[in-house]
Design a protein around this ligand. Structure first.
Ligand code: UD1
Length: 367
């Protein structure tokens, strides 16, 4: 590649884990690049700590868009990103977006309309549930990006079905690169010790999807599920800011804090969270990425959603969808507690080397 820089976009918590190995690989090969932080996530707990722990360098620009409705946030990212790109002294070589958050789609749209090449890392995932904002972000980004860099086998099938096969390349999972790199540090921290659960079975819970936390009725049912779970095992619950706000609005935070076997905590840093996941007996979550991390680690996961865009986690035998039915979720957790732990799954390209393959493709195809 010649001197024109690549632009790497990161906006929200799950993005940071994905850009870290890419930035490391670009730096190793001395390939010029610019890091754009859109500011979709801005708290230390949601952003700063990830930069520290994953040794992500200072962004070249921080667009500081902050929170808002989808239209407000997406529009703010688009306006600020376009202004930034147009103000650069030299046209970039192309723009790399990762994952499925609003920043991913917003920057892909801006770049395409500026006639810049776009690469989408983690392309091809489909839940087929368009009520999930991330699904819309995925479909739009894959429709317009020039290079679709795919993390799991179903992604290739999905892209082929949509007529995108010529642009798709299988590279594996960059999020697993971060996991592989940080697991020794995570293990050394003895995170279970901080929650008083070393050697004991515990369940890790994370919840942040609007479909779970935005309605008072659903949230009340989830609080009921956590109390039922706490009768079986200790519950460790790092609370996303959106969820904390909703729990607090309805007075549920005090209910949960009063439960002796529920440990409520702020969102954890990446390394701490990994240390917690690694030794968990089971995870109950509505996250996308955690389904993959638990599959790699061989930790059972119960996903509180009706669909998944990551079906390989189901076929690997670690992840089960509980749908909307929280009775079923509790039943599945009971089954898991009575069964032996599953084995870690070996999925093609989930090996700590995905960023190298991404940069190989970029160097070759955008030479
Ligand atoms: C976003 C992503 C989601 C990803 C999740 C991980 C989209 C559409 N959603 O959802 O795919 O799984 O990040 O966390 O892009 N807030 C803070 N501090 C922050 C960021 C947010 O307090 O640093 C609060 C704000 O009140 C905000 C709320 O959390 O309104 C939700 O944040 P937002 O960025 O809208 O979406 P997430 O639910 O975090």
């Amino acid at each position: 590649m010649s001197a024109a820089p690549l632009i790497i976009v990161a906006g929200a918590r799950p993005n940071f884990v994905k850009v870290a190995p890419l930035l490391r690989e670009l730096a190793t090969r001395a390939l010029p690049h610019l890091l754009v932080h859109t500011g979709q996530h801005y708290d230390h707990a949601m952003s700063g700590v990830f930069f520290q722990q994953l040794a992500i360098r200072e962004p070249d620009v921080h667009l500081e868009v902050g929170s808002g409705s989808h239209a407000t946030q997406t529009a703010a990212i688009m306006v600020a990103f376009e202004r930034y790109v147009l103000g650069l002294p030299q046209a970039p070589r192309g723009v790399v977006v990762v994952g499925d958050v609003n920043s991913t789609m917003a920057c892909a749209l801006v770049a395409t309309k500026l006639h810049l090449r776009v690469a989408h890392v983690e392309a091809g995932l489909r839940s087929r549930d368009r009520e999930m904002p991330e699904e819309v972000n995925r479909i739009v980004t894959d429709a317009i990006a020039d290079l679709l860099l795919v993390s799991e086998p179903d992604g290739m099938t999905n892209l082929a079905a949509e007529g995108h096969a010529p642009r798709a390349r299988y590279v594996g999972n960059v999020m697993i690169d971060s996991l592989v790199a940080q697991l020794p540090a995570a293990h050394a921290l003895d995170v279970p010790g901080r929650f008083g659960v070393t050697g004991a079975p515990y369940v890790v819970v994370t919840l942040h999807r609007p479909s779970n936390v935005d309605s008072a009725e659903r949230l009340a049912a989830l609080v009921g599920l956590l109390r039922d779970l706490a009768r079986l095992v200790t519950v460790v619950f790092p609370v996303h800011p959106r969820t904390r706000q909703r729990l607090s609005d309805h007075g549920f935070l005090t209910t949960l804090a009063a439960e002796p076997r529920i440990r409520i905590t702020e969102p954890l840093g990446y390394v701490e969270f990994l240390g917690l996941l690694e030794s968990a007996r089971v995870v109950v979550s509505d996250s996308g990425g955690i389904q993959e991390e638990t599959t790699f680690l061989g930790v059972p996961c119960v996903t509180l959603r009706t669909t998944t865009e990551r079906p390989v986690t189901i076929s690997a035998g670690t992840n089960r969808l509980a749908g909307d039915d929280l009775e079923r979720a509790l039943h599945v957790v009971r089954e898991i507690l009575a069964a032996p732990m599953p084995s870690p799954a070996h999925i093609d390209g989930w090996d700590g080397e995905a960023a190298r393959r991404v940069v190989d493709v970029l160097a070759r195809e955008w030479a």
